[in-house]
Design a protein around this ligand. Sequence first.
Ligand SMILES: [Zn+2]
Length: 260
Amino acid sequence: MPQIATDQAIVLRTVEYGERDIIVTLLGRETGKFSAIAKGGKASRKRFPGALDLFRVSEVTFRTRRSGSMSMLTEATVLGAFKDLDGSFDKIAVASYYTELVREMVQEGEDGEQAFDRAVEFYALVDAAADDPSTLELLLAQGVLRWLGHSGLAPSLAGCYRCSVSVASTDRAWFFSQQGEGALCSRCRTHGHRVWSVSPQALTLMAGLDSQQERGLAAAGARTQVRKVLLGLARCTLGRELKSRTALDLVFDSDPAGPR
Ligand SMILES: [Zn+2]
């Protein structure tokens, strides 16, 4: 028997289906990740006014079917939007990347509450942030790192994950394991271990991303390394690059303050 359910949700993706319909992938706060078809969604601004756009918190009503078949979205109303985010290409690029990361990392059937709250919090941070690439670059890095941490994949940042020597206490060169364990000192690096080179400054910045003071002090070179390592880590964790990476590279690699 079909059942009617209501939940708060954000849109993770929309795909046009046929002439009139839209298939929408949602992250419901209680429902978790699921897909639903919005019949007539392409034309019906009345039933779904703006609620099928990205970066909205909406109340959605949908009819669930037996397991394995798609739900039907019957109504959606926007509860909250992020105006500054909507108005900035750079902010949209950052929030799109984060949204795609969530979509790929959350599985259907998993609890959605934490992922939902984290995503809404991230949109609010991006919305309120200064609209300049250096601020957004660190916010994105923080979002990705937090996501990895919540997924049980927090990398070692304060010291070498093998010998535990701290970043501050040695003049060894530093690397970052592409398998995600974290910082690796030059003595522990073995032949064939896939790594990125990182500076001690970049590791210190990565460890201090939650501190506004650390973020304010960040040099452009360290910032760029942090972004490249964390986006690389997301790619290695998922086994492929996210599509929205292309737009991100337009934002950051054109940043005049950053190295090429
Ligand atoms: Zn070591």
